[in-house]
Design a binder for this molecule. Structure first.
Ligand code: PLP
Length: 373
């Protein structure tokens, strides 16, 4: 029997304590004390034995509203932003509809669009400015367009949108009566980030998450933020009729309550890591960074010139060095075979390991002669 293909996630989880996890844009920099007390208290008082208050802890809902500074918008809790994205597409799209989106992109959302019988119109953004532009969005709109997908900052490229461009895209959504799905999962990492809801509050559905800013990816909590009528329409597709995880709510409440005290240091360390990683990547032949600096906590390293396959690099670094970076194929049909994505909201020691491992792995894998590439 041929060997089963290498399962990177199975391997990485099995070796979790030894792995530098640079593969999922998770955040390993939030001080542990921020949530420990709250989760301990929830366990001690056996909150897990009962259901939560179904609409969500009122304090948490207030904190989300305050975090976005929008009293006119209603927050709705889901099991991770992923579920909010699923519900929104399910509720607002039907067969034949089109969504203006990009390639590369966070393709899970595109899959949700497909499930509705709709399709994404993927604008090729693997060239400067490595994001959508209002002109290209306007040109892509046709009679079937129902939605624009604005992921800001963008996974995987780390590109972000200047305020004027958010405004221009929001105005297009308004003028054409389109839903603007604004995924702001990484907004805390982006200086001067602008919410599309500021410019098109009726049309915008904001999807947020505490996975990346608050370092709570494993607890699975996120949600929607939109005008009440929108939340009602989308809420019909809620599967968490009995509420979302109580421990996750306790942790998110504690994290958002204190966020202003620690987020600055998280972002500072993330940027310092970005700079070290860039210097290392640039010193290796055949490697380039399309977007630098990143406005998120990840970046793309394009290794196409080296002749090395991203999957081979992912496996080599994980098995030999315990450094987990992610091959690009799940993020871009057209360009995924060119790049790996590396995330860096990690302790500096993880970046030390990347800096030691990456050049060595590239040399080991480099084809012997240019002809062999
Ligand atoms: C752009 C984007 N949206 C949503 C998510 C999902 O976040 P959550 O963990 O809240 O489901 C991710 C996760 O990587 C993401 O990159």
């Amino acid at each position: 029997m041929p060997d089963a293909p290498f399962d990177a996630f199975r391997y990485a989880h099995a070796h979790r304590l030894e792995v530098a996890w640079l593969s999922q844009n998770t955040n390993h920099l939030v001080p542990p004390g921020v949530i420990e007390g709250a989760v301990d208290e929830a366990l001690r008082t056996r909150r897990h034995e009962g259901y939560p208050y179904a609409p969500g802890d009122p304090e948490l809902l207030d904190l989300v509203r305050a975090d976005f500074g929008r009293d006119d918008l209603v927050p709705f809790l889901t099991s991770g932003g992923t579920e909010a994205l699923y519900m929104t597409t399910r509720a607002l799209l039907g067969p034949g509809d089109e969504v203006v989106a990009s390639d590369p992109s966070y393709l899970i959302i595109h899959r949700f669009v497909d499930l509705c019988g709709a399709r994404t119109v993927n604008l090729d953004i693997y060239r400067a400015p490595y994001r959508l532009t209002s002109d290209r969005v306007r040109d892509a709109i046709g009679p079937k367009t129902k939605m624009i997908l604005l992921i800001d900052p963008l996974n995987p490229l780390g590109s972000g949108y200047p305020r004027d461009e958010v405004r221009a895209i929001a105005e297009i959504a308004h003028d054409h009566h389109l839903t603007l799905l604004n995924d702001v999962t990484y907004r805390d990492f982006s200086d001067g980030h602008a919410l599309a809801a500021e410019f098109a509050p009726e049309e915008t559905v904001t999807v947020w998450s505490v996975s990346k800013n608050c370092g709570l990816a494993g607890l699975r909590l996120g949600g929607l933020l939109a005008r009440p009528d929108r939340v009602k329409a989308i809420g019909r597709f809620n599967t968490n009729d009995l509420g979302v995880n109580v421990l996750a709510q306790a942790a998110a409440t504690a994290a958002l309550r204190t966020k202003s005290h620690w987020i600055g240091e998280v972002v500072r360390q993330t940027r310092a890591n970005n700079a070290r990683l860039r210097d290392c990547a640039r010193s290796v032949e055949g490697v380039s960074l399309p977007v630098d600096p990143s406005r998120a906590n990840m970046t793309v390293l394009d290794i196409a010139e080296s002749g090395i396959r991203p999957e081979a690099l992912q496996e080599e670094m994980l098995r030999r060095d315990g450094v987990f970076v992610r091959a690009g194929n799940y993020l871009s049909p057209q360009y995924g075979a060119r790049f790996v994505r590396v995330s860096f909201s990690n302790p500096p020691g993880d970046i030390d390991r990347f800096v030691a491992a990456f050049p060595r792995a590239m040399e080991r894998l480099r084809p012997a002669t240019p002809a062999a590439r």
